[in-house]
Design a protein around this ligand. Sequence first.
Ligand SMILES: *[C@@H]1O[C@H](CO)[C@@H](O)[C@H](O)[C@H]1NC(C)=O
Length: 364
Amino acid sequence: MANLVNICVVFLLTLALGSLGIHAEAKAFFIFGDSLVDNGNNNYLATTARADSPPYGIDYPTHRPTGRFSNGLNIPDIISEKMGWEATLPYLSPELSGEKLLDGANFASAGVGVLNDTGIQFVNIIRIYQQLGYFKEYQQKLRAIIGKEEAQKLVKESLVLITLGGNDFVNNYYLIPYSVRSRQYPLQKYVPFVISEYKKVLQRLYKLGARRVIVTGTGPLGCVPAELAQHSRNGECAEELQKAASLFNPQLVKAIDGLNKNIGSDVFIAANTNQMHMDFITNPQSFGFETSKIACCGQGPYNGLGLCTPLSNLCPNRDLYVFWDPFHPSERANRLIVEQILGGSTSYMYPMNLNTVMAMDSRA
Ligand SMILES: *[C@@H]1O[C@H](CO)[C@@H](O)[C@H](O)[C@H]1NC(C)=O
């Protein structure tokens, strides 16, 4: 009964906030992970994993590349926009100082994975434990400005997004035939290994003060144009990578459930980005896309070979493409994903969606 009352209150609050168009009060926003959420940290590093030349950013407000792996905005940008918050700055940006620190920070770095050995080919990237180290360093800077107690409160009340896992398969296990990891583990054993390492990362995040953490699963790894170009005869998704995603995502939800039970609170929220993506891969037309197989920017079959560069094919209307480049969704696809993060049912957002989180936390 108490639960039912709770659910009703949350539901009414969600309605009220939604219908009045009132955004929940400003929260700091922290982002960790890979290229799906990096907003420019790699621009400051000597690495090949970067998106700082045209046509990246062609639909960004400045129409210039920023380091985001998108034609325009990425998922954290759109979450900030929907919440009415300032977009966060990359942690390595020299502009991130003073009052700006209060909005949060983005620690993500293209190419990283859960495992330390994922993405070694990109040389200088911010591996996940270093991202967490920077989060600690950030908190010291914050304390210097607003004091210890306020800094702790800001972190505790913040929203965190973490996106990892895709590279542990694409750029580690399956990068080359007979990779070190694939000789060490069959897929059925590799997945639980990555998950157990991911749990350690999430526990560290909790230790560092995070209390609301959206954890995305991997997308449909075998269906991206890069994989279609290399492993598909008739445009069907690459089987092995699809199998990896289908093993990884449910195990991640289970791990998150276990962590929450141990803590005794719904700190971690699983976002089923795989299903969100599959919806428009299965039926692109019903979402207003012309294709979910061909990348807007690229070359070769499905525009899936190599990188998106100034010399690549470029589609005239990015909104008609699920994929911007051989690996990354277009801004429009990102917008549909964020819609589900905000309001999706429990099969997309477990145990609850972001609108519900915001309603609950503003009541607390
Ligand atoms: C990865 O690196 C971090 C920090 O350097 C270390 O604490 C952790 O044990 C490493 N993980 C593995 C699986 O080696």
